[in-house]
Design a protein around this ligand. Structure first.
Ligand code: ADP
Length: 202
């Protein structure tokens, strides 16, 4: 099965594009969703995080406060690496498990930090959803309570736009209307079905 890694900066439109692939019947695996499930109460990563970071990262309902944890490790590379060491191998394993259960010509795996976390080997091709920084800030500000400067700090901590684009096999520029994004997704859907057929015939 052909594996397409879908990535892009915060607010670029990854989730929107992934939903469009899903509506075309393409299986979508989402690394963020997996990470969220892995830190649910009772999961091994939940205990490890509390052991390492303390009970103050558990909210009133008993869930890990992921936003708080993210902010805590943001400016502290050593603790960020420790959190990644707990999460990344488990996310990888879970992606591989879900992949083994799939039967489809191709699938999409949404991995926001594919380059930062060096996970390129999980996929055959990388599709980058690209938008200008000001567009990213506007979109994220509209959907969250983050201030503009906080959003710009998150963008600055992610891999640079040009570095991401240089490593992409495919790019969708998402600067227009959602209908245009849909058209681009449609075109890539056709292309990926063709590529998957070629791969099968090899
Ligand atoms: P990501 O998953 O990359 O963070 P999303 O797909 O969640 O980005 O998009 C961020 C926000 O911007 C969402 O509220 C989404 O509905 C909106 N959005 C995405 N693409 C467009 C577009 N082309 N036009 C208008 N709004 C968009």
């Amino acid at each position: 099965m052909l594996r397409i890694g879908l990535t892009g900066g915060i607010g670029s439109g990854k989730s929107s594009a992934a939903a469009m692939f899903a509506r075309r019947g393409v299986p979508v695996i989402d690394a963020d969703e997996i990470a969220k499930q892995l830190v649910a109460p009772g999961q091994p990563a939940y205990e490890r995080i509390i052991q390492r970071f303390g009970k103050e990262f558990v909210d009133a309902d008993g869930f890990i406060d992921r936003g708080r944890l993210r902010r805590h490790v943001f400016d502290d590379p050593a603790s960020r690496r420790e959190l990644e060491a707990i999460l990344h191998p488990r996310v990888r394993q879970q992606i591989q498990r879900q992949l083994r259960a799939l039967r489809a010509p191709y699938c999409v795996i949404v991995i926001p930090l594919i380059f930062e976390a060096n996970q390129q080997d999980l996929v055959d091709r990388i599709l980058v959803i690209d938008a200008a920084e000001d567009t990213q800030v506007q979109r994220v500000a509209a959907r969250s309570s983050l201030a503009d400067d906080e959003i710009r700090k998150i963008i600055a901590a992610q891999i640079g736009r040009n570095v991401r684009l240089r490593q992409a096999h495919d790019v969708i520029t998402n600067e227009g209307e959602l209908e245009q994004l849909e058209e681009r997704v449609d075109a890539f859907h056709t292309r990926y079905l063709d590529l998957a057929r070629e791969q099968r015939e090899q």
